[in-house]
Ligand binder design. Structure first.
Ligand code: CP
Length: 336
């Protein structure tokens, strides 16, 4: 790989087209975005994940040795609980070796570039790089420069993309609603700064959801050229009416200036999901949240912990989805 240290990070809001995520035979090599992933491949990943869901929990040691001899490295430059733990568990459930690099404790802090760090991991025979990164474009840079046998998986990139979150959200919806072609899904909150919302939009569009809505105060709405095809709503009353799925989002404080941060109490008074506000959705609507949640800001505790909440299912499905993705990208490599 090249070990240069400069990167062009001036990327558009949607994923840049400069990364080819597929091998020449059409198989999935990298997963940085769900944009451009064929619907048949998305359904295949969900089916594979669903197969793992049935097995996880019954059997705690490795479920298979599909990734025996494979080494997975987790590199996170932003905090994470769910994504990092579930990628590690997923790799271990498939028999892989896992290394977790704490980037703030690594030689990155001495000035080593991401590409030199990746180059070092390649020399240590790492096969899969799972990267969470706050700078847009770093994942594409890495994917465009790694050795041919190495796969790069996004664990969340800036405000741009969180593809495995999108897949686990779709799996959760499918478990409860069975089909996508009759659903009204409302995504609520800080859409503008949310990679979760972008990946959810991409996956639900691909799966044919006919009624996709985004609900946010004007300051947190994305630009008009994004989320095309979604209806836009300024109130929960309008956006949640007869919805089948209500997906709440955290305010991404880390991507805002202090001056642009909404006041928490005022935000909750208008956009916080309470039982009364949820009542305008369908009676069997499910409530989702990618977490971490800020109870009392975007969601009331009695909704987060209530009977319509599927938030814990989302977390559990994260392991199965990441197993499916790891197994899929390594299929050609482990077959050799
Ligand atoms: N949903 C999600 O990405 O959670 P973490 O930040 O804890 O990984």
């Amino acid at each position: 790989m090249n070990s240069g240290s400069s990167a062009d990070l001036s990327l558009p809001a949607t994923y840049p087209g400069g990364v080819n995520q597929f091998r020449s035979d059409g198989s999935l090599r990298h997963l940085l975005t769900l944009e451009g992933v064929p619907t048949s491949m998305i359904i295949g990943l969900l089916d594979t994940a669903q197969g793992f869901v049935r097995k996880i929990g019954k059997q705690r040691p490795a479920l298979s040795q599909a990734l025996h001899g494979v080494t997975v490295a987790n590199l996170f430059t932003e905090p994470s609980t769910r994504t990092r733990v579930s990628f590690e568990l997923a790799a271990k459930r498939l028999g892989a070796d896992v290394v977790n690099l704490e980037l703030q404790l690594s030689s990155r802090v001495k000035g080593e570039s991401m590409l030199d760090t990746v180059c070092t991991l390649e020399a240590l025979h790492v096969d899969v790089l799972v990267i969470r990164e706050s700078e847009p474009g770093v994942l594409a840079l890495v994917a465009n420069n790694v050795a041919p046998h190495v796969s790069v998986l996004s664990a969340g990139e800036a405000h741009i993309s969180h593809p495995t979150q999108g897949l686990l959200d779709a799996l959760t919806v499918r478990q409860y609603k069975k089909r996508f072609d009759n659903l009204a899904i409302a995504i609520v909150g800080d859409i503008q700064h949310s990679r979760v919302a972008r990946s959810a939009y991409q996956v639900f569009r691909a799966l044919g959801v006919p009624d996709l809505r985004i609900v946010a105060p004007p300051a947190l709405m994305p630009k008009p050229d994004e989320f095309t095809g979604c209806s836009r709503h300024a109130t929960l009353k309008a956006g949640l009416k007869d919805a089948d799925v209500v997906m709440m989002l955290r305010i991404q404080k880390e991507r805002m200036t202090h001056a642009s941060l909404p006041d928490a109490d005022r935000y909750f008074s208008k956009y916080g999901l309470t039982p009364e506000r949820l009542a305008v959705a369908k009676p069997d609507a499910i409530v989702m949240h990618p977490q971490p949640m800020n109870r009392g800001i975007e969601i009331a505790s009695d909704v987060a912990d209530g009977t319509q909440s599927v938030i814990r299912d989302q977390v559990s499905n994260g392991v199965a989805v990441r197993m499916a993705v790891l197994q899929t990208v390594m299929e050609r490599v482990t077959a050799e």
